[in-house]
Write a protein that binds this ligand. Structure first.
Ligand code: ADP
Length: 197
């Protein structure tokens, strides 16, 4: 299965992605984590990435592709993946289509976690209170939400007609959201069977 999970910051996307990848034995490609690793390792590219992460802006596409390309390539060859955080705008989605075309491994199912802004801000405050990530300040998260609306929401439209797109309420407790995603995936699994040449 080739899945893409989309969700606003603090929607629980990362947590859900890890669970779903585990449950279906899919390589979990997490762009945010790969980018943070570069920053932590203080690599040359990590130094270029850092200011974008701190401000909650999208890292430029060429840098992102540099960082996720290898992991993504391996996942595409393996036949299945769960993408988490990439693609994050329409240009990246087009790039991904080009990258996966040779293997016939385009995204099959897009799961969108929906949550309203107030809910997300509240979650973020809770997360920051227990010592979360450096980019989990109120100001940054408001900015990340705006970036999400502007750059990432249009992705769902891009995928309409190219893949199956399903919206799931991201507000209930974590286990309930996981159950809803699992139910959706199981329901569609038959039509997601290996369709590669
Ligand atoms: P969240 O969804 O909560 O913002 P992520 O770990 O997915 O958490 O992303 C954290 C940050 O990493 C983003 O704010 C952005 O700066 C950067 N990032 C992650 N994935 C991408 C991507 N595909 N393109 C550009 N920037 C990205």
């Amino acid at each position: 299965m080739r899945l893409l999970l989309i969700g606003p910051p603090a929607s629980g996307k990362g947590t859900q992605a890890a669970r779903i990848a585990d449950q279906y034995h899919l390589p979990h490609v997490e762009s945010g984590e790969l980018l943070r690793q570069e920053v932590e390792a203080r690599t040359e590219i990590g130094r270029r990435i850092q200011p974008y992460l701190e401000q909650g802006d999208l890292v430029p596409d060429d840098i992102v592709l540099d960082v996720v390309g290898t992991t993504l390539g391996k996942a595409a060859v393996s036949g299945g993946f769960l993408l988490d955080g990439f693609p994050r705008n329409v240009d990246q989605a087009k790039e991904l289509d080009v990258l996966t075309a040779p293997q016939g491994a385009s995204v099959q199912l897009v799961i969108v976690l929906d949550a309203d802004q107030e809910h997300l801000l509240e979650r973020m405050r809770e997360r920051a209170a227990v010592g979360g990530r450096a980019d989990d300040t109120e100001e940054t998260i408001r900015h990340r939400l705006a970036v999400y609306e502007e750059q990432t929401v249009p992705l769902t439209e891009y995928y309409e007609g190219r893949a199956m797109v399903r919206h799931i309420d991201g507000r209930p407790p974590i286990d309930e959201v996981t159950a809803a995603i699992t139910a959706t995936v199981d329901d569609l699994k038959g039509s997601l069977d290996d369709d590669r040449p």
